[in-house]
Design a protein around this ligand. Sequence first.
Ligand SMILES: *[C@@H]1O[C@H](CO)[C@@H](O)[C@H](O)[C@H]1NC(C)=O
Length: 165
Amino acid sequence: MLAARWLFVLVFAVCSHKLCCGGPLHAQCKVEWYFGIPCRAVYESLVSQIKKWRSMSGCVAGGQRCLYKLQSASVHFISAKHTTPAKGSVDDINFRLVPFLFFSCCHVSAMSVSESWYAVRDHGTNYCNLYNLIEGSGLTESRGYREVTSEFFCTQRSSANCTIY
Ligand SMILES: *[C@@H]1O[C@H](CO)[C@@H](O)[C@H](O)[C@H]1NC(C)=O
């Protein structure tokens, strides 16, 4: 009985620590991006970048800019998978595109989730899965570019080094 109580205390302590400090309980990342260009342009940039990084060739010198696979694409919703070259683990990514200001601007809600349920720490991989596409396609340089995320929404966001992960 005492053991059970201690177990409860231990589990509670671990969980509350994760909730307060470690970000999401499962390795994942949610980012909001804003662009001062139409969603059609954002959509075309993202889809062509995903296709460009399909093969392993982008990663021979290291990094994660390879092994993307487009699942489905419309101007409102893009879904893809990304495989980590070294470990072979798969992350599901998606982008929801919503126009605003009479279609002149685009709000993108992006999400990356590790398929393996036990992945808790990811070195920022889920963030980099998304950011590398935005950066690689040149969208970080586009008019009105703004990013909103945090450690709470993205596992290990603050320590993410997207050159490696
Ligand atoms: C990220 O990793 C690369 C390659 O190891 C390194 O050159 C760079 O300084 C790192 N960047 C940060 C911000 O730690």
